[in-house]
Design a protein around this ligand. Structure first.
Ligand SMILES: [Zn+2]
Ligand SMILES: [Zn+2]
Length: 216
């Protein structure tokens, strides 16, 4: 079941929205539609994809704010993040106004996720890893077949997510990365919430925050 993916930076925060689809059926989903719905739908239309689900890694503005409106427009469900991010999702409309984002509709995800859950989109399966630290309810989506992980603001090429925002926790974030992401394999390619893609192996070798040598 071949998966294809396209990464589209959205919002003034250049957040990596990922559109992924099953190459055989041209059905798929979108993770972290933080804004710019028209641009997301333009890519979807150009590729000829039918979206059937929205996935959220966490409740921050630039990742989640357009999810409710997109879900309503397309009549599709939202899955994720973990319920511990409810406090962020509840305040998205006021956060959007505060940061000058276009007005967004309030929503509650159709399904909260916990570690070990599986999410199914268009015949593609994602394993869910709960990775708190950047936010308490942050989750990561892993497609074993494509060896691809969508990690939001947990890990970046050469860096890690901020932990100075409400309910962030530095040690928890380090533990999430080393205990819940590294076991997936060095060969795994990950799409971070911002910036270029990388692999877990490259970060274990070179990332100043989480390289193996830090823990030797
Ligand atoms: Zn974030
Ligand atoms: Zn972000």
């Amino acid at each position: 079941m071949p998966m294809k993916a396209a990464v589209l930076p959205v919002t003034p925060f250049q957040q990596n929205c990922t559109i992924f689809w099953n190459d055989e059926t041209m059905r798929g989903g979108v993770s972290d539609p933080g804004g710019d719905i028209e641009r997301i739908l333009e890519v979807v239309g150009r590729e000829g994809i039918t979206l059937e689900k929205i996935l959220l890694t966490h409740g921050h503005l630039d990742h989640a704010s357009a999810a409710g409106d997109l879900a309503k427009q397309l009549g599709i469900p939202i899955e994720g993040p973990h319920e511990d991010d409810l406090f962020l999702i509840e305040t998205l409309p006021e956060q959007s106004a505060k940061y000058g984002f276009p007005p967004v509709g309030a929503f509650v995800p159709d399904r909260w996720l916990v570690d070990g859950d599986r999410v199914e989109v268009a015949g593609l399966t994602f394993d869910v890893r709960h990775c708190p630290g950047h936010t308490p309810g942050h989750v990561v989506f892993f497609n074993d077949e494509a060896r691809l992980a969508i990690v939001g603001d947990v890990l970046f090429q050469g860096s890690i997510g901020r932990t100075d925002l409400p309910r962030g926790n530095y040690q928890q974030l380090i533990d999430s990365i080393t205990n819940r992401l590294w076991p997936l394999g060095d060969d795994v390619t990950f799409v971070p919430g911002h910036g270029p893609v990388s692999t877990f192996g490259q970060e274990r070798a070179t990332n100043p925050f989480v390289a193996d040598e830090n823990f030797a």
